[in-house]
Each structure stands twice: as structure tokens, then as C-alpha cells.
Design a protein around this ligand. Structure first.
Ligand code: ADP
Ligand code: ADP
Ligand code: MG
Length: 673
């Protein structure tokens, strides 16, 4: 076994690999970019080597520099994690040449599966079922169109070199094929410097079911399946094991097909064979990922195995600890990916400092894999995943119930997250009832998104009561500091001398301005005049720091985090009953806030740093609300920015290909709309 390894990655996966290494007494070396000098994975490792500036291509993708770091620190092996260099055959080869063990499959196996088209050819020979389609070398548009006709619409065009959902286009009819093909090729060229595509039958309401395979020098086995059908933008959000409704015969058939796939390429180590399955259970090979997968913890939970330990053992030349007939499925596991992204804005990634972070805690049923701590920053340079939360329980219903509760207790301030959506998903009757396919989120959008934020009056009441507590506490501090701690003049605001004093707090909720009047009743009682009517209320700070509130007949606890935003405004983020919402305080004396809103409406700004990849408008054009203006590529994804209202374009500030910083004015409108 190795005594020291280097981890060529960052974030949660680096931390996760370090954890197993430490348990096995293996020393660890982390690598880090300028953006990560204070990151959790650096703090966890025994040693750390700086490898370059923040951009991945100048740091985490520099194979030579990483291998050099391994040699300098005496690491005998490199674990690549996932993403970055994990599926880079050239890097695996270079490790070998430098006498450092690459903890992954042989370079030839990576290469064989690197192209989706080549992979399909190999699978065809191994008699693994394929999605009906065309994956040949002839790329002439006419031939591809003819093949699409033969396959039958709808079809899916995929970049052969693709990954992360890029270069993928669904085509509904022959008339739309040529345009979609051009688009897919353009995207593939830009992302992978390779515009080779394949065409396949687009399955409607399919499930994504994948098989975890493992191989050592002597044998190859499968560790059952994972269902990863809950996706957005063709990317996974929730994964579970085993797959609901899977019967033993089909499990065995899929497992054996996956093992056949791995054997066909002389596989070694951990790999995943992804299948797409019809609602009737027919399954087809989709692609093979020649690395550890993000969602491997659900497999670890139901099998009781540590796959990273297996990776170490096999890479060091040892045998897998168990044989196929020794593996069992125990209970059910669910993983959710907690992302810094805004589901309401088409899952736009969100960057910022995690000023407040309350994640679930590890326990007998719960595992949290994360690469960040409170105070860390989610930067635009890397994947915006904050944490993976994994629940293991006796059955699916129990696991989902537990997960919904955990997501309700998760609190993140500083970036927008999908926690509310994850909670809504885990509690959604259709999902709990077994309706599972890749279109689930889109189809249930309305009900899922409605469940995320507290109702208006509740939100305004919580924020206002938090403000009351601030006044009281500020008053108490002032009193402590003054000569006469009991002087009534130290009381703030309307909580002065009048028994029937009142005050007003104003909140900005998106475009809306809402005033809440607070009247003081006898004792500690308050009366809030909310948009939906007046309600009696009370509030105090509980021992755990949260706010204990009463509104009407309801009592509940809320967390409210106050924070000065980047633009100087004061935001209150509320968490109550598993829901979250952000409101902005309108300070009565601060007129700039009104001006800021007014000027906001004359331009569209970059919501995060990125590159302009498509412009759909020019100066002089008139646009209607919701009309796409341009496409911004940021954090490995494309984001379409739309007109916020009907307007005439005054100017377009950037050209296609230009890099823009966060907040940059991209499109300016004529005053007056
Ligand atoms: P999975 O099927 O395991 O979700 P993906 O292919 O979606 O695998 O990607 C796995 C992970 O690898 C992503 O979540 C992301 O963190 C990382 N990743 C993917 N592409 C890149 C890239 N180009 N650079 C850095 N990391 C990447
Ligand atoms: P990536 O390299 O981005 O992971 P995949 O080929 O694995 O690309 O596909 C990603 C996702 O796209 C799948 O999980 C599935 O949701 C969807 N998808 C892929 N192929 C098909 C298909 N033939 N029909 C319907 N959906 C598909
Ligand atoms: Mg895939």
C-alpha cells in the first residue's frame, strides 16, 4: 500500500479522498490554486503545494506541474478525483512515465471511452444494448439528417467528446434538424475543440440508471445500480440506490452488461456505466465514465464499502476485498447535491461568501461531503457545489422523509441555493410515490417552486419581528453603555414611552415595496399590520440564538441573518419551517435605494463573471419582456439573459467573445422603456 498520495483536485472530492487516506494511515498532499489557498481541502491535507492562478487551465489542469509536485513531496500515487484530469488519458500516461501511480484505469481504457461515438462502437461489439442511433465517422449534414429520419423524431444530437450536457440538442422534427446540428457542432467545437457528433433516438420520460463497476487484475464485478433521473439541464441533482422498482433479474442483466463493457476495454479500478432506460424497463448503453463518480456515496451506503479504499488497494496492485456473491444491498440511500445556484433563474450559478452556513451533521443515517466552511467563498472558477448530503435508511420512504427534514434545516446565506427545491423534491408526493424520470423537475416546476418560499405575510412578519429584536438588543446595549442604564431614553424607535407606540418597517421584495406597521400592545404583545391583514405577534431570542416567534395562534422558530450586500443594501435572509426567503430593508433615510432601483431599470448587468457567446439584439432594436438578449457563458454553463420589460435598446456594450466581470452593464435601454 502507498504511504503518501497526492490529490489532484479540490473541493468536496479532495476532502473525501483525504478522509479515507487518513483512516488508512496514508499521508496526503493537496494541491491548490490562488483562489483556494485557504480552502478546506488544503487545511485537511498533511501537506499542500501551490500550483498556480485560479483558472483551472492554469492550475488544476496542469498535469506536468501536478506530477512535479508529487515527485517533490515523495507521493507515490495521484488520485485525480472527478472532473479536471480524471479522464485525461495523456495525464494518466504521464504519471506512469514519471513513475507515479495514477489511481484510475489504464490510459487505453480512458481513451476507449473518451469519445461517446467510439465507446458505442466498442459496446456494439461487446453486444451491450445501444440506444438506436448513428455514431459513424461520416459527418456530412445530409447524411446525419437522413440518419435522423431513419431513427425517427424526436432525436438527440450529442457531441462525441461531450460532457456536462454541452453540445446536446433535442430535435423535434426534420425541419429543425439543420439548425440544431449547426448549433450543437458550434457548441462542441467551442467546448471540446472537436465538433464530431452522434445522433440517437430521444427517449421521452426516460430514467438514468447507472451501474458501478470495479475491476482488479483478476476480475471485474458490479456494485449494483444508482438511479440518477432527477436532473436539471441534463445534469444530476438527486441520486439514489437501489433504483426504485428494479427487479433482481433486470439488476443482474444490467450488471452483467456493465461488466461486459468494462471487460471489453481491459478496465481496472472504479468506473460507471451509464444506461438510459425506458419506462417499460428496456435499457440502453449511454456512456462510461472512467473514474469515481460524484454520486458514489449512495453505493457505499447500501453496500457498506469504501470505494476510495478499494481504489487504493487496486491501484497498489492488490485484489478487491469482496467477490460478486459477497455483495449485498442494505436499505436505501439518497444523495442530494446542494448547489450555489438559483432554480428560479434557470439554475444560474450563484457566487459569493458563505457568511452563514448550517449544513446537516454527520450521524448514523447522515453523511455530509463538503469542501467548504462558513466564511469560505464560492468563486466563479469552479463547480458551484456546496455539499452532498447522503441519507441511508431502511427504505426509500424513510430516507426521503429524513432528507426533506435535513434540507429544511439547511441554512445558507451569501449565495442562493437549491436547498428549498431539494426539500420540495424529497417531499413531493409524485416523486415519493415512484414517478421518476429525467423530465420530473420541468414537469412539476410550478408545484416544486411554489413550495420553496414562505408566503408573503409570514415572510414580512418574520423579517419585521427580527427588526424588533434588533431594536430591543440595540437599546439594551446602549443602556449598558450609558451612565443611567435604566433611562427610558435609551429605548429605541417607538419602543419609547408610549404604551400605544407604533413604528413602520419597509421591505423591498423584488419590485415590490411593502410597509409593515408595528403597534405595541400591553406586555410584550405586538400587532403587525401586514399586506394581508393585521395579526397579533410576539418575539424573543431563544437560548440557541434563533428567534422564537408567535404569529396569530402559530408559534415557530426562525433564523434571520442580516447582511450588507455587495451594493451596500441590507438584506435579511429568513429561514423558517424549511423555507427561505430574502427581503431587503428599505431604510427610511436612505434615498439612494430608490435611485438605485430606478437606474437599475436602464440596463441588464452580468449576474456573474463570464464570456459573451451570443448576442441576439443590437442598438435600436425594440424588445418585449422576456425576450432573449444575449447568452453568457459562466461556470461551464450557458445562461440566456432576457429583457426585464418592454424596451428599446440604446446600446450593446460588448461583442461576442468578450469576457465581462460581474455587474458589468451589458445592454442599455432607452430611458422611459
Ligand atoms: P457525474 O455523472 O458524476 O455527475 P459529470 O460528468 O457531470 O459526472 O461531472 C462530474 C463532476 O466533474 C462535475 O460535477 C464537476 O464538478 C466536475 N467537472 C466536470 N467537468 C469539469 C471541468 N471541465 N473542469 C472541472 N471540473 C469538471
Ligand atoms: P454527459 O456526458 O453530459 O453526462 P450523457 O450522454 O451521459 O452526457 O447524457 C446526459 C443526460 O442526458 C442523461 O442523464 C439523460 O438525462 C439525457 N439523455 C442522454 N441521452 C438521452 C436520450 N437518448 N434520450 C433522452 N435523454 C437522454
Ligand atoms: Mg453522463
Amino acid at each position: 500500500m502507498f504511504s503518501k498520495i497526492l490529490i489532484a483536485n479540490r473541493g468536496e472530492i479532495a476532502c473525501r479522498v483525504i478522509k479515507t487516506a487518513r483512516r488508512l494511515g496514508i499521508k496526503t498532499v493537496a494541491v491548490y490554486s490562488d483562489a483556494d489557498s485557504g480552502a478546506r481541502h488544503v487545511a485537511m491535507a498533511d501537506e499542500a503545494v501551490h500550483i498556480g492562478p485560479p483558472a483551472a487551465r492554469e492550475s488544476y489542469l496542469l498535469g506536468d506541474r501536478i506530477i512535479e509536485a508529487a515527485r517533490r513531496t515523495g507521493a507515490q500515487a495521484i488520485h485525480p478525483g472527478y472532473g479536471f484530469l480524471s479522464e485525461n488519458a495523456g495525464f494518466a500516461e504521464a504519471c506512469g512515465a514519471a513513475g507515479v501511480v495514477f489511481i484510475g484505469p489504464p490510459p487505453a481504457a480512458i481513451r476507449a471511452m473518451g469519445s461517446k461515438s467510439e465507446a458505442k462502437k466498442i459496446m456494439e461489439k461487446a453486444e451491450v444494448p445501444l440506444v438506436p442511433g448513428y455514431h459513424g465517422d461520416d459527418q456530412s449534414p445530409d447524411l446525419l439528417a437522413k440518419e435522423a429520419d431513419r431513427i425517427g423524431f424526436p432525436v438527440l444530437i450529442k457531441a462525441s467528446a461531450g460532457g456536462g450536457g454541452k453540445g446536446m440538442r433535442v430535435v423535434e422534427s426534420a425541419a429543425k434538424f439543420a439548425d440544431a446540428l449547426a448549433g450543437a457542432k458550434r457548441e462542441a467545437k467551442a467546448a471540446f475543440a472537436d465538433d464530431h457528433v452522434l445522433v440517437e433516438k430521444y427517449l421521452t420520460r426516460p430514467r438514468h440508471i447507472e451501474i458501478q463497476v470495479f475491476a482488479d487484475a483478476a476480475s471485474c464485478l458490479y456494485l449494483f445500480e444508482r438511479d440518477c433521473s432527477i436532473q436539471r439541464r441534463h445534469q444530476k441533482v438527486i441520486e439514489e440506490a437501489p433504483a426504485p422498482g428494479m427487479d433482481p433479474a433486470r439488476r443482474q442483466a444490467m450488471g452483467e452488461a456493465a461488466v461486459a463493457a468494462a471487460k471489453a476495454i481491459g478496465y481496472r479500478g472504479a468506473g460507471t456505466v451509464e444506461f438510459i432506460a425506458d419506462q417499460d424497463g428496456t435499457f440502453f448503453f449511454m456512456e462510461m465514465n472512467t473514474r469515481l463518480q460524484v454520486e458514489h456515496p449512495v453505493t457505499e451506503a447500501i453496500t457498506g464499502q469504501d470505494l476510495v479504499e478499494w481504489q487504493f488497494v487496486v491501484a497498489a496492485g492488490g485484489r478487491m476485498p469482496l467477490a460478486q456473491d459477497q455483495l449485498r444491498i442494505d436499505g436505501h440511500a439518497v444523495e442530494v447535491r446542494l448547489y450555489a445556484e438559483d432554480p428560479a433563474r434557470n439554475f444560474l450559478p450563484s457566487t459569493g461568501t458563505l457568511v452563514h452556513l448550517k449544513l446537516p451533521e454527520d450521524g448514523p443515517h447522515v453523511r455530509v461531503d463538503t469542501g467548504v466552511r462558513q466564511g469560505d467563498t464560492v468563486t466563479p472558477y469552479y463547480d458551484p457545489m456546496i455539499a452532498k448530503v447522503i441519507v441511508h435508511d431502511r427504505d426509500r420512504a424513510s430516507a426521503l422523509r429524513r432528507m426533506a427534514v435535513l434540507m429544511g434545516e439547511t441554512e445558507v446565506v451569501g449565495v442562493t441555493t437549491n436547498a428549498g427545491l431539494l426539500k420540495a423534491l424529497c417531499g413531493h408526493p409524485a416523486f415519493v410515490g415512484g414517478e421518476i424520470d429525467t423530465g420530473f423537475i420541468e414537469r412539476h416546476r410550478t408545484t416544486l417552486f411554489a413550495a420553496v418560499a414562505p408566503a408573503d405575510d409570514l415572510a414580512f412578519a418574520i423579517a419585521t419581528l427580527a427588526r424588533v429584536v434588533e431594536w430591543r438588543e440595540a437599546g439594551r446595549d446602549a443602556a449598558r453603555a450609558s451612565d443611567d442604564p435604566w433611562s427610558p431614553w435609551n429605548e429605541q424607535s417607538s419602543f419609547r414611552l408610549l404604551d400605544e407606540g407604533h413604528d413602520e418597517v419597509r421591505w423591498k421584495d423584488g419590485e415590490r415595496d411593502v410597509a409593515v406597521v408595528i403597534r405595541r400592545l400591553r406586555g410584550d404583545g405586538l400587532r403587525l399590520e401586514l399586506p394581508g391583514g393585521a395579526q397579533d405577534a410576539a418575539v424573543r431570542r431563544a437560548d440557541d440564538g434563533r428567534l422564537a416567534m408567535r404569529l396569530g395562534d402559530e408559534t415557530f422558530a426562525a433564523t434571520v441573518v442580516r447582511r450588507v450586500a455587495g451594493d451596500g443594501g441590507i438584506d435579511y435572509t429568513l429561514f423558517a419551517d424549511g423555507r427561505s426567503r430574502r427581503l431587503r430593508l428599505v431604510e427610511p433615510l436612505d434615498v439612494t435605494q430608490y435611485e438605485a432601483t430606478a437606474s437599475d431599470e436602464t440596463a441588464v448587468r452580468a449576474p456573474l463573471p463570464g464570456k459573451i457567446i451570443d448576442l441576439k439584439v443590437k442598438a435600436g432594436d425594440t424588445v418585449t419582456k422576456g425576450q432573449p438578449l444575449l447568452v453568457l457563458e459562466a461556470m461551464k454553463m450557458e445562461h440566456t439573459l432576457a429583457a426585464p420589460f418592454d424596451a428599446t435598446i440604446k446600446s450593446v456594450r460588448y461583442a461576442v467573445g468578450e469576457q465581462v466581470s460581474e455587474g458589468a452593464e451589458l445592454v442599455e435601454f432607452e430611458a422611459g422603456g
